[in-house]
Design a protein around this ligand. Structure first.
Ligand code: CA
Ligand code: CA
Length: 244
């Protein structure tokens, strides 16, 4: 009974405009929107929180790679068990980043993104990870995609002696940026790790995944007007000079 009374009271307040119904809050600009982006939040088995699909991580202390990137903590995503003798891929993703409350700025063409991550692999195997951001509309249909990481990137990584292996792979970052497509409602972040036919485990290593959106300023009409006036003045001066 008490709950019913409270519910009708809240309804009355909403109807009277005294209480706004809960609305999605805008995603913050200039901050990493990926949850557990460094895979440091793990359970006792090394499974990364906030990710679904393949959630296995390795510790840098296992010494499978070159030196850890700055600020990368203790762990990274590695890919997981594959199938011996076969090319195989494995993936992880997380709950989509909600940009529905940023729609006005996105549709005005004022929102850009940055996507970056670090990558490495197991020795000379060239297993690799790709991190993808898919821009989706309110019905979750893809409007566009951005990705970092590739087989070519991993193959180009320096080979170093890390004290355990003479042929360990270094880490390197990859980054891309662009305009958030008009109509974007949410962004799905996904990792796909792929291994070649050699080996068994998928060793497409990635860490420090970073996806940010940035709000660009509206051009100031005052500045444009002054520039236009300046340009007109110059044109008039040139015209006079030519006639003189
Ligand atoms: Ca990490
Ligand atoms: Ca492998």
């Amino acid at each position: 009974m008490r709950t019913n009374w409270l519910r009708s009271f809240i309804k009355t307040l909403v109807a009277a405009g005294l209480l706004a119904p809960a609305a999605a809050s805008a995603a913050p600009y200039d901050t990493n929107l990926v949850l557990n982006p460094s895979f440091e939040n793990v359970d006792g088995s090394g499974f990364a929180a906030d990710w679904s699909g393949l959630v296995d991580t390795y510790a840098y202390s296992q010494n499978y790679t070159g030196a850890a990137p700055a600020g990368s903590g203790d762990r990274y995503w590695f890919g997981g068990a594959g199938v011996s003798g076969q090319v195989s891929s494995i993936s992880a993703s997380q709950a989509p980043i909600d940009l529905s409350a940023n729609a006005a700025e996105i549709n005005a063409g004022r929102v850009t993104y940055d996507l970056s991550a670090f990558f490495s692999s197991y020795r000379l195997q060239n297993d690799y990870a790709v991190v993808t951001a898919t821009f989706r509309d309110a019905g979750n249909a893809a409007l566009g995609q951005a990705s970092v990481g590739s087989e070519a990137l991993v193959a180009s990584l320096p080979i170093v002696n890390n004290g355990t292996y003479v042929d360990a792979r270094d880490w390197a970052s990859d980054a891309t940026s662009g305009l958030v497509p008009a109509g974007t409602n949410n962004v799905l972040i996904e990792i796909v790790g792929t291994k070649s036919a050699g080996g068994t485990v998928v060793d497409g290593y990635t860490d420090l995944i970073d996806f940010q959106v940035h709000l660009n300023p509206v051009p100031e009409p005052g500045t444009l007007t002054l520039a236009a006036i300046g340009g007109l003045g110059l044109a008039a001066w040139r015209f006079r000079k030519r006639r003189a």
